[in-house]
Design a protein around this ligand. Sequence first.
Ligand code: SF4
Length: 244
Amino acid sequence: MKNKELKILLSAPRGFCAGVERAIEIVEKSIQKFGAPVYVRHEIVHNKHVVDNLKNKGAIFVEELEEIKDKSRPVIFSAHGVPKKIPEDAKNYKMTYIDATCPLVSKVHREAENLNKAGYHILLIGHKNHPEVIGTMGQLTEGSIDLIQSEEDASKYQNNLDKKIAYITQTTLSVDDTKEIIKLLKNKFPDIKEPMKEDICYATTNRQMAVKNIAKNCDMFFVIGSRNSSNSVRLVEVAKKIRM
Ligand code: SF4
């Protein structure tokens, strides 16, 4: 009996984005420059293979600066970005720090700061406890940003402050789900200020689009990634939705 041919479609673009490549390179170059060990606050990117590989080269991963025993060693902040307090703490500890925050996340941080200066109260569409969301909320004083996680949050949100409102988003959200949340917010608050340029980054958008294009033609769809990677989990959701 002839074997049934197995056809594998490869999604394109796929794999690491420029922000992740950059962060990995920053850790590798820091180890070359300063020698091992070099500390990294939080997984530099949410990918076990990358993290294990960097551990073998001399990186030590911690969640907080307080865990670092030898503060004479440099510390690198992950691609997800950090609250403003973290570099300040590193300065107080007299630590050398290197910021590997993706420039597209930094763009959202500056956006939040500028909106705050212009008198806006900010709604951040994103996922609670994701390091990027913690970093973005930590750019401003507590109470300056409210988190909107779902359509339900958007429907229930009341602007009780006598302030104009604006929204920003996490860079790695589902493009389609976010559109629905934004639609609800705009219906409720027609004057809500939106970002000049989409906050969901090009890499997230392109990869979701690529999955949409091929998932409908597949009997089985594999996303090779980490369960704690927002981008990987979103791609699984996109593939599932398109095949439903
Ligand atoms: S913001 Fe986009 S480009 Fe930057 S690290 Fe995250 S996924 Fe990659």
